[in-house]
Design a protein around this ligand. Sequence first.
Ligand code: HEM
Length: 192
Amino acid sequence: MPRIVDWPGRLREMAAFVGLDEDQFELIRATAPVVLERAEELTAAVYDNFLKHPGSRKFFLNEKGEVDETRLDRRKHSLARWLRASIDFKLDEDYPIRALATGIVHSHPPVHRAHLGSIPSRFMIGTMSFTQTALAELLLQEMDDPEAAMRASVAWNKLLMVQLDIMLAGYVTDIPTEPPEGTEEPAEPVDL
Ligand code: HEM
């Protein structure tokens, strides 16, 4: 039986779980001027990091093994677009579907990239970590009040993790184990 997932519901559940609420969205929106001003630099840093590591670099090379600058430029724009959309993040019906589609492009390579296979999920996780760190440094440098920068950074961290949960959907299959029939109480621990 195919499993139907209520993605907007899952997004709301995750947001509640990590404590991503309206106050946090406000903190993220307030960082728009500084983040947007340095968006190009930030996306360039993410791509420099991709190119530094052979496992991620290979996705940006042409047939001759050289960096495909045109494609790289296009990808930088996609990442900058994603960053802008993240600032306008809402717990609505559309956002999780967009995050899902973005994730699927990475986990299920389109025909023109099929020969390279999926982008390994560890690089998706690593990219979120890299972005969180870069944003934290940027906010600390650009905001006058270091405590406000720290609070904004915490809000961004939560947002990126909630997105990552959905973006990994094409990689991770939750296989929950059901409790055995008729057992409401936790089973007695078994001595091994
Ligand atoms: C936080 C993690 C990431 C985000 C948010 C992200 C975002 C995006 C977005 C928005 C697109 C455009 C999708 C579209 O055209 O519909 C894209 C495409 C792409 N990304 Fe990423 N990306 C991430 C990580 C990575 C990593 C780790 C790699 C490789 C090491 C990568 C390689 C690519 C490639 C090759 C494409 C082009 C897909 C195609 O062939 O059409 N991305 N990415």
